[in-house]
Design a protein around this ligand. Structure first.
Ligand SMILES: CC(C)(COP(=O)(O)OP(=O)(O)OC[C@H]1O[C@@H](n2cnc3c(N)ncnc32)[C@H](O)[C@@H]1OP(=O)(O)O)[C@@H](O)C(=O)NCCC(=O)NCCS
Length: 310
C-alpha cells in the first residue's frame, strides 16, 4: 500500500535524527579504532594517510557498514533523490537489524560492534539512544487528560519544567522548587483537571507519556486584543523527545481545537531567555505582543507575550 507513496514528514524527521545520532556514533567508533591502530602500528603521521586507511585498511573495514548506512539515510532525505515511504521504512528496519546485531550474515561485524560497545561507555549510550529512536513507533497519540491522570501529569509537568529550566544559572534551585512544588503538586493539577474550562492534553507514544499541553479558553491579557482569545498556558515535551516533530503535532492539535471552538487569537507567555521556544512559536506565526511578569518563586521574571491570529 505504501508503494510509491512519498516519504512522510514524520519518517523524514526520524531519518534526520537517526543520521545525526549515527554520525556521532560512527565518529566515536572511528576514534577508538584509530587509537587501537596506532597502538599496534605507531602514530598515523597525517590526516591524508588516515583517510586512506579509513577507506582501504582492513582494520577499519567493519566501520564502513555504518558509514554506508549513514550515506543511504542522507540520500533518503535528500531533496534530489528522496526515498519513498516504503523505501525509508525498509532502511529504518535494516539499520535496526544491523545495530541490534540481528544480521547473522555478518558475524565479524557483530563481534566488532559488540566489543566496541562493551569497551566504550559513550558509544554504548548513543547506541541505546539510536535503538530507542528506531523502536519508537511514530504514532503520537494525543488525548484530553482527566482526573485519573493527575499523578502522572504532575510528575511529567515537574520533570519537563526541570529539564527545560533547571540548568540555567539564572534560575536558583530554591525558586525552581518553590514554583514547581506549588504549580505541579498533585492537588493543584487535580483541581485544574476537574475544571471544565481548562484543557490538558497528553501526548503518548506506545503508552509512554512524553509531553503535554494546557489551554485556557477566554483567558485575557492586556496586550492582546481579541474577541475570543485562548491561552496556550503550557507546551512541554520530555527532553529526549524534543526536536523530532512531536512539538509540531501537539501545537497543531491545540490550534485545530482553538479554531473548532471559534477562538480568534491564541496567545502565550514565554520566558525572555527561552530562545528555542520563541523560535518554535515564530515558526507557527506567533508574534511578540508585549510582556508580563512570571513569578518563579521569589524571582519576578519577564515573559514575552506572543500571539497568533487563528
Ligand atoms: C517547545 C517544544 C514543545 C517544541 O517542540 P520540538 O520538538 O522542539 O519541535 P518540533 O521538532 O516539532 O519542531 C517544529 C518546528 O519548529 C522548528 N523549531 C523548533 N525549534 C526551533 C529552533 N530552536 N529554531 C528554529 N526552529 C525551530 C522546527 O525546525 C520545526 O520546523 P520544521 O517542521 O519546518 O522543521 C519543545 O522544544 C519543548 O518541550 N521545549 C522545552 C519546554 C519549553 O520550553 N516549552 C515552552 C515553554 S513557553
Amino acid at each position: 500500500m505504501l508503494q510509491n507513496q512519498p516519504i512522510t514528514i514524520e519518517t523524514k524527521k526520524k531519518l534526520k535524527s537517526l543520521s545525526r545520532l549515527m554520525s556521532h556514533f560512527h565518529k566515536i567508533l572511528l576514534d577508538d579504532a584509530k587509537e587501537e591502530y596506532e597502538k599496534a602500528n605507531g602514530n598515523i603521521p597525517n590526516v591524508y594517510l588516515y583517510f586512506q586507511l579509513v577507506l582501504e585498511d582492513k582494520h577499519f573495514a567493519w566501520l564502513r557498514k555504518i558509514s554506508y548506512l549513514i550515506a543511504l539515510i542522507d540520500e533518503a532525505t535528500s531533496v534530489r533523490h528522496p526515498a519513498t515511504e516504503e523505501e525509508a521504512r525498509k532502511l529504518l528496519k535494516k539499520t535496526h537489524s544491523v545495530l541490534s546485531l540481528l544480521d547473522e550474515s555478518d558475524e565479524f561485524f557483530n563481534q566488532k560492534l559488540q566489543k566496541a560497545l562493551s569497551k566504550n561507555k559513550a558509544a554504548s549510550l548513543i547506541h541505546n539512544e539510536i535503538l530507542s529512536l528506531l523502536r519508537m513507533k511514530s504514532q503520537l497519540k494525543i488525548t484530553r487528560a482527566n482526573e485519573r491522570d493527575a499523578e502522572a501529569l504532575a510528575k511529567l509537568a515537574k520533570q519537563t519544567f526541570y529539564e527545560a529550566f533547571a540548568n540555567d544559572p539564572r534560575n536558583s534551585p530554591e525558586d525552581m522548587k518553590a514554583y514547581t512544588d506549588k504549580a505541579f503538586s498533585v492537588e493543584q493539577i487535580s483541581k485544574e483537571l476537574c475544571d471544565e474550562s481548562i484543557f490538558y492534553f497528553l501526548a503518548k507514544i506506545d503508552e509512554e507519556l512524553i509531553g503535554y499541553a494546557k489551554l485556557k479558553p477566554l483567558s485575557q491579557i492586556d496586550c492582546v486584543s481579541a474577541e475570543r482569545p485562548i491561552e496556550l498556558c503550557r507546551l512541554y515535551l520530555l527532553q529526549k523527545y524534543i526536536g523530532k516533530g512531536f512539538g509540531r503535532s501537539l501545537m497543531n492539535h491545540c490550534l485545530s481545537l482553538a479554531r473548532e471552538m471559534k477562538h480568534d487569537v491564541m496567545w502565550l507567555g514565554v520566558w525572555e531567555y527561552n530562545y528555542r521556544a520563541q523560535k518554535f512559536y515564530e515558526k507557527f506565526g506567533f508574534e511578540r505582543a508585549g510582556e508580563h511578569i512570571f513569578q518563579l518563586g521569589n524571582d519576578p521574571q519577564t515573559d514575552w507575550i506572543m500571539q497568533k491570529r487563528l
